[in-house]
Unconditional design. Structure first.
Length: 250
């Protein structure tokens, strides 16, 4: 598999809506197939999938080889793990429960000074191991291109929302978790969900931050596009595999 330079997911997002999917099976073949299917990016699900940090970095490297940007969803702000994922070439970090103060913490860990406090080394893949690139050039490119994606999925979504938006590149609504935390589990059209969505969308609009959403079906993807969402995560590899297997059996 010939290595190619992965396109900047940020530039793709600035050009128009991008559609990705969650990757839960940590195999390079899955990366290959999702790339060939035409997805703009994938979100490696290090939060919920059965994978190790090594598995996640291998997925990132497979994405780089295919020219498919890989964002990694992490469960917590772990400085060492986030740095290793970015050094492997991750296009960004998507933080579970990444609203409020956590959004500011995420920005700090994904950015080099003066924007953040990310640890420095050029002896790593994303910096071409320091060959033909200066420290300043690497800082500038990484700070420009790396995405900080915060998930709004808790009942305190409105706390510090403007400061959170200022720290994020994408404000992602996690609809299922948000519905659970609001006391309406799975009721994605409930009044509390509609209220929360309106507040988050308004704050994102004030800050000029693209909105992200999980879409569980082709119709949901189309609806998200119509509503102006720019970062759409369509299902995951697992239900796609199940759907294909069932279709084969008739």
């Amino acid at each position: 598999m010939a290595a190619t330079a992965a396109p900047s997911l940020r530039s793709m997002l600035e050009a128009g809506p991008v559609v990705g999917t969650f990757l839960k099976i940590p195999r390079f073949e899955i990366v290959d197939l999702l790339s060939l299917a035409g997805f703009d990016f994938v979100v490696c699900d290090y939060e919920h999938a059965q994978m190790s940090l090594l598995d996640a970095t291998d997925i990132v490297r497979a994405g780089v080889g295919r020219g498919l940007p890989v964002v990694v969803r992490v469960p917590a702000l772990d400085r060492g793990e986030i740095n290793r994922l970015l050094e492997a070439g991750a296009a960004g970090i998507q933080l579970a429960r990444g609203s409020g103060d956590a959004a500011t913490g995420l920005r700090t860990l994904v950015s080099y000074p003066p924007l953040g406090s990310r640890s420095v080394s050029l002896a790593q893949p994303a910096a071409s191991y320091g060959i033909g690139v200066t420290l300043g050039e690497h800082f500038e490119r990484s700070n420009r291109e790396t995405l900080a994606v915060g998930q709004f999925e808790t009942a305190d979504y409105a706390d510090g929302i403007d400061a959170a938006m200022a720290a994020l590149d994408v404000a992602f609504i996690g609809p299922v978790d948000l519905s659970v935390d609001l006391g309406t589990p799975g009721e994605l059209s409930s009044a509390p969900m509609q209220d929360a969505t309106a507040v988050i969308e308004a704050a994102a609009a004030r800050a000029g931050v693209p909105m992200g959403i999980f879409a569980g079906s082709a119709d949901a993807v189309a609806s998200a596009r119509e509503k102006g969402y720019g970062y759409i995560v369509a299902g995951s590899d697992l239900p796609m595999l199940m759907a294909g297997a069932r279709a084969m059996l008739g």
